[in-house]
Ligand binder design. Structure first.
Ligand SMILES: [Zn+2]
Ligand SMILES: [Zn+2]
Length: 223
């Protein structure tokens, strides 16, 4: 079942801002410890954008016996990101396989504006979402949108802040419900990660994960 985008039910729902900085866990931005495949359109390696350390008890709902960390993967340099993508994670080999990239636009970023692959590495930490990040009513929902991408780049668990409610969250591989994990956006006028210029083009990237079959899904919505 998909929750309404705002309402009191989000109040007790723990979510985090993931921000640059270090804590005792190995959450991080960038790097390339996972063996990512090449993008089917632009031919570059996919970006390992963030990777979350599942030893962190705050992320216990994402834990599976097979997986110690959860990487968020996508190419950020071409239009493959504009359609939903599915990736398969193999924790034994740390291989990522493309199940679906369904590009329709064939757009590739200009060479001089390309985001580097791999992304430069920096540590990330989690802090509890602030009261104003939680969309308990319609006003709070719009206020939360203003801060997301302006003050911080990544929401992890908690309320997803959808522009539009997604229709279907069942896993295309095994039919279990996928779990909303994280979303990423950054406004054009801020630099929320010190190591790289990350222009995400007025998009929010949503990541979903199926714990049953270790499928990762990306989907975008415009802001
Ligand atoms: Zn690409
Ligand atoms: Zn599945």
């Amino acid at each position: 079942m998909i929750n309404e985008p705002y309402g009191q039910h989000w109040k007790g729902h723990k979510g985090f801002r993931a921000i640059e900085g270090s804590d005792v866990y190995h959450h991080r931005f960038g790097g390339q410890e996972w063996n990512v495949p090449k993008c089917q359109l632009c031919g570059e390696d996919l970006h390992q954008i963030l990777c979350f350390d599942l030893k962190d008890d705050r992320l216990s709902e994402l834990r599976t016996s097979k997986l110690e960390e959860l990487p968020l993967i996508s190419c950020l340099n071409c239009s493959t990101l504009w359609e939903p993508q599915l990736f398969q994670l193999d924790p034994t080999t740390k291989n990522v396989t493309v199940l679906i990239q369904n590009d329709k636009e064939k757009w590739i970023q200009d060479e001089e504006d390309k985001i580097p692959v791999p992304l430069p590495y920096t540590k990330f930490k989690l802090i509890n979402m602030l009261g104003e990040d939680i969309p308990v009513n319609e006003d709070a929902y719009y206020d939360a949108f203003d801060l997301f991408g302006q003050e911080y780049i990544c929401r992890l668990l908690g309320a997803p802040l959808y522009v539009e409610k997604p229709n279907d969250i069942s896993c295309p591989t095994c039919n279990h419900d996928m779990k909303y994990v994280s979303s990423i956006t950054q406004d054009f006028d801020v630099d929320l990660v010190s190591v790289v210029d990350l222009f995400l083009g007025e998009m929010i990237i949503y990541f979903y994960f199926c714990k049953e079959c270790l499928t990762l899904k990306t989907e975008i919505q415009g802001t």
